[in-house]
Write a protein that binds this ligand. Structure first.
Ligand code: RP5
Length: 198
């Protein structure tokens, strides 16, 4: 059975053939947040790898990963981290590949610490910072697809199809009350407030 809580139980890369995107994260506890990035990349047919690389606990591995990524054929790095989130910035300092940072929602400060750590880079070393949490993770994959789409027409078309399908899903279900449960007397949708007072 695959371990759902971790990208790779033994901390070795989950390698696909010739990965174009490296999805790294500061801890296996970040996997819940970063998994949607990996899933979105899979949905778009983009080969990728996932790996725990900690800026603080495995700094030598971080340097090795970031400095060697380009030579291994990686073209975009997605880096997620929480709290004192140095992983994306330090990774960016060791490679000229685009680095997309995903702030993980920390328990103490709800990800505000992660967001500021990742976004407030000094001029000269950019990290493309996404939203806190799962939305940021999904968007990091979509942005990686847009970057790769400049060079790979098939990836650009995958992204176009993803966007079309998303638009169609919204247009096909315009009435939010259509699926809501109604009480027998039809007084309206059963909101939590209505349930509390009934
Ligand atoms: C950061 O510290 C990680 O990115 C993670 O979000 C946070 C907490 O890590 P754990 O203590 O859960 O391993 O480096």
């Amino acid at each position: 059975m695959p371990d759902k809580k971790s990208p790779s139980r033994d901390n070795t890369s989950h390698l696909h053939a010739n990965p174009l995107v490296g999805v790294i994260m500061g801890s296996s506890s970040d996997w819940e947040t970063l998994e949607p990035a990996a899933k979105t990349l899979s949905e778009l047919g983009i080969p990728h790898e996932t790996k725990v690389v900690s800026a603080h606990r495995t700094p030598d591995l971080l340097f090795e990963y970031a400095s060697g990524a380009e030579a291994r054929g990686i073209e975009v790095i997605i880096a997620g981290a929480g709290g004192a989130a140095h992983l994306p910035g330090m990774t960016a300092s060791k490679t000229v590949l685009p680095v997309l940072g995903v702030p993980v929602e920390s328990k103490a400060l709800k990800g505000l610490d992660s967001l500021l750590s990742i976004a407030q880079m000094p001029g000269g070393i950019p990290v493309g910072t996404l939203a806190v949490g799962k939305s940021g993770a999904i968007n990091s994959a979509l942005l990686a697809a847009a970057i790769l789409g400049i060079k790979y027409p098939a990836i650009r078309e995958s992204l176009r199809k993803f966007r079309e399908a998303q638009t169609n899903r919204v247009l096909e279900a315009p009435d939010p009350s259509a699926g809501a449960q109604f009480k027998k007397d039809d007084r309206g949708p059963r909101t939590s407030k209505a349930r509390r007072s009934s």
